[in-house]
Design a protein around this ligand. Structure first.
Ligand SMILES: C[S@@+](CC[C@H](N)C(=O)[O-])C[C@H]1O[C@@H](n2cnc3c(N)ncnc32)[C@H](O)[C@@H]1O
Length: 532
């Protein structure tokens, strides 16, 4: 089977909007899906230029082998001109292209000259959004000041004068390669130029810093757990947010980390262990029949716009994802002593965000309030939803992060539940959860092994390009338990605690439903154009 013929078939079907690139590539008979996906995506990226070159050279009219197939000409031109290895195993198609080599190169040069570049990849690089490298300081092991001081031997710390996001963006855009600064919004996050490589850095290896996109650092801050809190991380693996919550709790309190995927859970255990987290109980959860992934449509990838599903099967998928997300959010609301719930996704789709939150809120508004988180954050939920103003959105263009969505609920004062069944059910659930956690601790290793062999590999259908996992996403509902309730591994115990001074201080700082970020008078609205 020929790569280019298959590539052209997929490309034609995509152009006719028959299905998404991913679906078409997976249903192709061509063995090397990764290679096929890369070829189609790259050809789409350079599409208009390649089509221009084919026109200028008159390839379609002069070469019967191309059968008036513009897509075939484009995939061939891509590998002929731009692809790293040139045309591979193209047989007679290669001879066809080679016959026109001089004309093709002339046309390519002309286009480059017109664009003022020496190669078309320069044009593409300008169009790609590269996000800064965000580094989260692990407060369990060190302090932000200590990390800055260590890093100053290699990088230059820049004190940003920015007081708003626009200026902060400017500071970062003007960064030189060796610059870094503190994040404007999150006190434990440092910002470096895109592509800064920390993977082998000693601070990384010691677990003192963690590479985590800024957007995904917001949920833990919005949850704002005090030391000693009890937190349930519902979809926890691979554990970045779990370890962040532990860091904010200074390793004091309890975290129940749930995930249904044994392999990812093993990663969570490794990650939290390197980070020195020792308050975490890991648990495989039930609900395993529901499609686990969110669309991950907010994750910045050069290929995203070409691989994003926008066909009807994707609509079905979005629907089942949002059903799952609503289910898990409702589940969190049913815990009778849960005080704060943070819901986040790295999807840009309103079906997984505003719709999920508003539908669940409608059912539970007698018990929970929607918090007005970070009132001064300029990008709110999609307009047209009743509570858009209460939601946070992030986009690569505005916040220089992956696309992200966050909502936060707080239990109304003195309202436990007006639904008898919920309370009964929850006492049982909490008890189950606690005893499962105990069991899990005892049999952690054997259970993991067993689950790993049983678990369906969610990533089976994922093809990575440049190591990007398109399906990675955050269906994270985090639950901070009422401080009056201690969910212990022995079982559910109600323990009246004296509120500690720092908790009272914290309460005094927090007004109504506003979370702990400083509020500003002016609110701006932004309609997210990316939403579909
Ligand atoms: C995007 S990931 C979570 C990322 C994680 N919060 C972090 O910050 O590292 C979503 C997780 O949900 C898990 N998941 C999916 N369905 C689940 C279910 N029914 N119960 C528990 N976890 C589930 C998946 O296995 C996956 O690890």
């Amino acid at each position: 089977m020929n790569l280019y013929i298959e590539g052209a078939k997929v490309l034609n079907a995509v152009k006719q909007k028959k299905s998404s690139v991913k679906t078409l590539v997976y249903s192709s008979q061509y063995d090397n899906k990764k290679q096929l996906l890369a070829l189609v995506c790259e050809t789409l990226r350079y599409g208009s230029y390649l089509s221009d070159i084919a026109d200028q050279v008159d390839l379609l009219k002069t070469e019967h082998l191309l059968k008036y197939d513009n897509s075939l000409a484009e995939v061939l031109l891509f590998d002929f001109l731009i692809g790293k290895k040139g045309l591979v195993r193209a047989g007679r198609l290669k001879q066809t292209m080679t016959r026109h080599k001089t004309d093709i190169q002339k046309a390519y040069q002309k286009i480059c000259e017109e664009a003022g570049v020496t190669s078309l990849s320069e044009v593409m690089d300008d169009q790609d959004i590269s996000l800064p490298r965000y580094v989260r300081v692990n407060l369990i092991k060190t302090t932000v000041e200590a990390v800055i001081s260590t890093l100053e031997s290699e990088w230059e710390y820049v004190v940003s004068p920015a007081t708003n996001m626009k200026r902060f963006r400017k500071t970062i855009k003007e960064f030189e390669k060796h610059h870094f600064t503190r994040d404007l919004h999150l006190p434990d996050v440092l910002v470096f130029p895109p592509g800064t490589d920390f993977h082998d850095h000693e601070l990384m290896l010691k677990g003192e810093i963690i590479l985590q996109d800024k957007a995904s650092c917001f949920p833990a801050h919005i949850l704002n757990p005090t030391e000693g809190s009890v937190v349930i991380d519902c979809c926890a693996a691979p554990g970045n947010k779990t370890s962040h919550v532990a860091s904010l709790m200074k390793n004091h309190g309890k975290i129940f980390a749930f995930d249904k995927d044994g392999r990812r859970m093993a990663t969570l255990q490794e990650l939290t262990s390197v980070a020195g987290v020792n308050l975490c109980h890991h648990q495989m959860s039930g609900l395993s029949k529901i499609d686990p992934s969110c669309s991950g449509s907010g994750i910045v990838s050069r290929m995203n716009k070409f691989t994003d599903d926008d066909d009807s099967s994707a609509a079905d998928r979005l629907e089942s994802l949002s059903n799952f997300q609503a289910l898990i959010l409702e589940q969190a609301m049913k815990f009778p002593n849960v005080k704060t719930i943070v819901y986040s996704t790295c999807s840009i789709h309103s079906q997984e965000n505003e719709e999920v939150v508003e539908n669940v809120y409608e059912k539970y508004q007698d018990m929970f309030d929607l918090c007005n988180i970070m009132p001064d954050w300029p990008i709110r939920g999609i307009e047209g939803y009743e509570h858009s103003d209460h939601f946070l959105r992030m986009t690569p263009e505005t916040s220089l992060t992956n696309g992200f969505f966050i909502a936060c609920f707080k239990r109304k004062d003195n309202v436990k539940s007006n639904r008898k069944n919920d309370v009964d059910l929850n006492a049982e659930e909490e008890s189950n959860m606690a005893s499962k956690a105990k069991k899990s601790k005892k049999h952690k290793k054997s259970k993991l092994k067993e689950e790993e062999s049983n678990v369906q590999d969610d990533d089976d259908e994922i093809v990575n390009i440049d190591e990007i996992d398109y399906n990675d996403s955050h269906i994270g509902a985090k639950v901070e338990n009422d401080t009056d309730l201690c969910v212990d591994v022995e079982g559910v115990k109600k323990v009246k605690k004296h509120k500690r001074k720092h908790e009272e201080d914290n309460e005094n700082k927090t007004t109504d439903n506003d979370c702990h970020f400083p509020s500003k008078k002016h609110k701006h609205k932004h309609k997210n154009k990316n939403d579909s």
